[in-house]
Design a protein around this ligand. Structure first.
Ligand code: SF4
Length: 300
């Protein structure tokens, strides 16, 4: 993370572009929490890059007064990895929907865990492809029929928390778009974390998902963070045990109760930047964009 702290209010991280999400969309809560998190961390807007793919969430770089790239469908993660490797001093935040990151982009989502690049991935998880009129996305459970579907969903759902844990993500959390204070705190922790961080945000889409509504979530979400739940891996011996506990917690059915908070955090795993720096002695001293992943013509 950049060490130069500045003082701005959350509004100063917002652009003047009109936000055209539907009224009541959970994306508003994510945008508010994200700008609040950046302000409280004192990050210089010129040192933060937000990267998005395609979907309603993909518009977020336009609404923020920070560096941003609105990329191709499903390709935000490789863009983000490239940006971070070219200039490790930047803080890189990916925003993507469940269709974008877990549908067409799922290969990159899994691959990110193997790198453990220091970046934050914020998943706008609403169970539908909102931008294209509400088709079932990879997180919509089987047999659920939202109003845009002619018949109940025929496919099973992906669990983003379990997928991230199985892929090697070193920070995995879930939050709720309408609890912006908690969401902001989780995003701050994710940005501070050294390694690949996922924040799976339950984000109601009132236009196309009439099942997982604000009222539906309000009755079910509860916070994990109490003295009995410690997601942090303090030493290597704990890593396996805490990973298994996090997976078990994430497997709990979400019909009645839905935990939000940090499921797992392990900073003992070296980041990809650390791994490169151990092979290229001056990697971190190289000017931005001159960082390379080859030496003497050989791939490292
Ligand atoms: Fe939000 Fe859904 Fe509207 Fe997209 S379609 S802006 S996700 S409410």
């Amino acid at each position: 993370m950049s060490t130069v702290k500045i003082t701005l209010n959350p509004q100063q991280y917002r652009s003047k572009v009109w936000v055209d999400w539907c009224p009541g969309c959970g994306n508003f809560g994510i945008l508010a929490a994200e700008t609040q998190a950046l302000a409280e961390l004192g990050l210089n807007p010129r040192q933060v890059v937000v990267v998005s793919g395609i979907g309603c969430s993909g518009k977020i770089p336009h609404f923020m007064n920070i560096e941003g790239v609105h990329t191709l469908h499903g390709r935000s993660i490789p863009y983000a990895i490239g940006i971070k490797l070219a200039n490790p001093s930047l803080e890189v935040v990916v925003n993507g929907g469940d269709g974008d990151l877990l549908g067409i982009g799922v290969g990159h989502f899994v691959s990110a865990g193997r790198y453990n690049v220091d970046l934050t991935i914020i998943l706008h998880n609403n169970g539908v492809y909102g931008l294209t009129k509400g088709q079932a996305s990879p997180t919509l459970p089987r047999n659920v029929k939202t109003k845009a579907l002619p018949k109940p969903n025929i496919k099973d759902a992906v669990n983003p928390i379990i997928l991230a844990l199985a892929s090697g993500y070193t920070f995995v959390a879930r939050a709720y778009a309408y609890d912006t204070r908690h969401l902001k705190d989780v995003i701050k922790e994710a940005i501070r974390h050294k390694g690949t961080a996922l924040v799976d945000v339950l984000q109601p889409c009132p236009t196309y998902n009439d099942i997982n509504t604000k009222e539906w979530y309000d009755k079910r979400v509860y916070k994990l963070d109490n003295e009995k739940w410690d997601p942090v891996v303090h030493d290597e011996k704990e890593a396996e045990e805490k990973l298994v506990k996090a997976i078990e917690k994430a497997r709990e059915p979400m019909d009645e109760k839905i935990p939000i908070g940090v499921f797992y955090q392990n900073e003992l795993v070296p980041t990809y930047t650390d791994r490169l720096a151990s092979r290229i002695s001056n990697y971190l001293e190289l000017p931005p964009a001159k960082q390379v992943i080859e030496k003497d013509g050989e791939s490292l």
